[in-house]
Write a protein that binds this ligand. Structure first.
Ligand code: PLP
Length: 467
């Protein structure tokens, strides 16, 4: 049978991105060059695999599938049902969970929406929750508010009393948390963090939750890859609900998951599923769910355990080298993929070090350190080894990375001196045309390009920029 001709106004539907939209194509190619040519140390990022990228860009994006497998509001979902069931099974398998005891919703668009859906499922508006404070390493969605303003919807719609780390030790102050919980009587305790280099004491958190008949939820977003890779303690033994993003150490596409206990007699399964849809979201992003399923298959492999082990070994080596240079790290080291580097003893802000790093193609982020006076100019930076480990870097490479970072600090100190003021705008101006920065950038780019690039072939990049 002959195929009918394409209408002239539809010819754009079968052209490549490069043919169809040169501007977007160019941005993508330039970003690929940037990723290949730098050292990616942002603890919440990773380089996902070619298979994940492929799945993410499939025709599954066309399909609406509100509801759950077998109970949809739209027709034509036989393959989407198969996909979602497979993704759920892989999610449970990746974390070694018994499907009789645990279920999972794989539809959340991202970590923040997963967390808000979990709160919607677990507690009522204006109920009380306690999560790790953002300046102590917690995430916005764990009830963040300042003295002046409720920032996150998790503090706008619920009453929040954050707990903190001890600023002297950098470890969570569980004693104080227990005392405050006795006064605040939360309905929900949240463990998990965005910038906490240590293991959580899940058993202690469970004990405190039980003292108040509260739910215990873990947001394992940062460390879910380490847990799947069997290199970090599992929160599943202690928690009622566990949420995660899928794009940090887990190395998948950008999405979220919510795991819930099945055997509590309080119908968490229905409550979580209803909270995701229809309470907080509409139709699932099926292309993303396919990509999550691919990432979960990879995360369940023995190779992924080696990856997770190397991520931690690299972070510990980086911590050791920075300490060797005389720098101060929050909590003195790390159990996981991240290092929280306190720059206050150097009289530098995280923003200034981040700025020079950016100029030499090392990507990091400024981060508050417990006890910082100002949240606007945080006193430290957060470094993560998950992305570099995906580029096959090992401990020896961390020695080099630490050396680069040490050189950056000495450049930042010299420029701060030269700027003649502590103001960021003067610092930025004083960086202009600096030869040492230009030299270091050249070295970093050369170094970075000697490592494999996950997800795409760097020799085929058609960038319009050079570094
Ligand atoms: N939870 C934690 C612990 C995070 O660190 C983050 C993001 O960094 C999120 C949730 C939010 O995830 P997303 O940016 O996908 O909404």
């Amino acid at each position: 049978m002959a195929v009918k001709p394409t209408d002239p106004w539809n010819t754009c539907l079968n052209t490549t991105l490069e043919q169809e939209d040169k501007e977007i194509f160019q941005i993508v190619e330039n970003e690929k060059l940037r990723q290949w040519s730098g050292l990616e140390l942002i603890a919440s990022e990773n380089f996902t695999s070619q298979a994940v990228i492929e799945a993410n860009g499939t025709a599954l994006t066309n399909k609406y599938s509100e509801g759950l497998p077998g109970a949809r509001y739209y027709g034509g979902n036989e393959f989407i049902d198969e996909l979602e069931q497979l993704c759920r099974a892989r999610a449970l398998a990746a974390f070694g969970l018994d499907p009789e005891q645990w279920g999972v919703n794989v539809q959340p668009y991202s970590g923040s929406t997963a967390n808000f859906a979990a709160l919607t499922a677990l507690i009522q508006p204006q109920d009380r929750l306690m999560g790790l404070d953002l300046p102590s390493g917690g995430h916005l969605t764990h009830g963040y508010q300042t003295n002046k303003k409720k920032i996150s919807s998790s503090s706008i719609y619920f009453q929040s009393m954050p707990y903190q780390v001890n600023p002297e030790t950098g470890f969570i102050d569980y004693k104080r948390l227990e005392e405050n919980a006795a006064l605040f009587r939360p309905k929900l305790l949240i463990c998990g963090a965005s910038a906490y280099p240590r293991e959580f004491e899940y058993d202690t958190m469970r004990k405190i939750a039980d003292q108040h008949g509260a739910y215990l939820m873990c947001d394992m977003a940062h460390i879910s890859g380490l847990i799947a890779g069997k290199q970090a303690h599992s929160p599943f033994d202690f928690c009622d609900v566990v949420t995660t993003t899928t794009h940090k150490t887990l190395r998948g596409p950008r999405a979220g998951l919510i795991f819930f206990r099945r055997n509590r007699g309080d119908d968490l399964e229905n409550r979580v599923n209803q909270a995701v849809f229809p309470s907080c979201q509409g139709g699932p992003h099926n292309n993303t769910i396919a990509a999550v399923a691919v990432a979960l298959k990879q995360a369940g492999s023995p190779e992924f355990q080696q990856y997770a082990k190397q991520v931690i070994a690299n972070a510990q080596k980086l911590a050791e080298c920075l300490t060797g240079y005389g720098y101060k790290l929050a909590s003195g080291g790390t159990d996981n993929h991240l290092v929280l580097w306190d720059l206050k003893p150097q009289k530098l802000t995280g923003s200034k070090v981040e700025r020079i790093c950016d100029m030499v193609h090392i990507t990091i982020n400024k981060n508050s350190i417990a006890g910082d006076k100002s949240a606007v100019t945080p006193g430290g930076v957060r470094l993560g080894t998950n992305a570099l480990t995906s580029r096959s870097m090992k401990e020896d490479d961390m020695v080099k990375v630490a050396e680069y970072l040490h050189r950056i600090v000495s450049i930042a100190l010299r420029i701060q001196d030269k700027a003649g003021s502590k103001l960021m705008k003067d610092f930025v101006a004083a960086c202009d045309g600096d030869e040492e920065i230009a030299q270091l950038k050249k070295e970093v780019v050369e170094f970075a390009r000697t490592y494999p690039m996950p997800g795409f072939d760097p020799t085929t990049i058609k960038a319009s920029v050079t570094f």
